[in-house]
Design a protein around this ligand. Structure first.
Ligand code: C5P
Length: 234
């Protein structure tokens, strides 16, 4: 496993573009994320190719279903050799525990993390589905449930890192998108932190896409980010 804290999402619609970028990168300097779009286009073969090339792969399929189905899906993901998989915390305790037990029984044991509240949802959207608490309260509730069920961590926005760390401790793994180096375009991200700010706040892994994937020299862009965060890593 590489020590890198940077996860690069392969947000592409076809395998060639994803492999082309992966070939320009070094598995010791980053990890890769395969999400629903790429996985639905290309299937598990691409994931296995990336793993065979030496990359730690986060399979970001956000499982949310009945416990038995999610457990089987987690087992299937683990068998691909991935480094991290995720589920939705709102699937509830039985589903979270079934996912954790499935991973424990697998020979490859990826980190298992949960999505709390999608950052695309506003408080008004939560009210529509019957959740009347403030977003932060609900995020903390689901993060606590996730930890209580024995999972390894959560995906969260950079602004949630400090309250979750404070409540659940430094060992609980926090994976944070919405990261932008100081000079980079924010694209469509609304609330961003720089890589160094996010690491200092307590994030463990940074999901950084376009500042690397759209750069003229992706490897150099990645090296600049690693150089920015290295002084803050213990
Ligand atoms: O290009 P950019 O750095 O904005 O990419 C961020 C990645 O993290 C994308 O794959 C996006 O779907 C994902 N993501 C996010 N915000 C979340 C959850 C996931 O940007 N709350």
């Amino acid at each position: 496993m590489s020590n890198s804290r940077v996860i690069i999402p392969l947000d592409f619609a076809d395998a060639n573009q994803a492999l082309n970028l992966a070939q320009q990168l070094d598995p010791d300097s980053c990890k890769l994320k395969v999400g629903k779009e790429l996985f639905t286009h290309t299937g598990p073969n691409l994931v296995e190719k990336l793993v065979e090339s030496g990359f730690d792969v986060f399979l970001d399929l956000k499982y949310h279903d009945i416990p038995n189905t999610v457990a089987k899906a987690c087992q299937a993901a683990a068998s691909l050799g991935v480094w991290m998989v995720n589920v939705h915390a709102s699937g509830g305790r039985p589903m979270l525990e079934a996912a954790r037990e499935a991973i424990e029984q697998s020979s490859n044991k990826p980190l298992l993390i949960a999505v709390t509240i999608l950052t695309s949802l506003s408080e008004a959207d939560l009210h529509d589905v019957g959740i009347n608490d403030h977003v932060e309260e609900q995020v903390l509730r689901l993060a606590s449930l996730t930890k209580d069920c024995g999972l390894d961590g959560v995906v969260c926005s950079a602004k949630e890192v400090e309250p979750i760390n404070h409540k659940l401790g430094n060992e609980f793994c926090l994976v944070t998108p919405g990261i932008r180096p100081a000079q980079a375009s924010q694209d469509d991200q609304k609330r961003v932190m720089t890589p160094a700010e996010a690491i200092k706040a307590g994030s463990h892994y940074l999901v950084i896409g376009r500042p690397i994937t759209q750069a003229a020299d992706p490897l150099q862009a990645l090296e600049n980010i690693n150089a920015e965060i290295n002084p803050y890593l213990s």
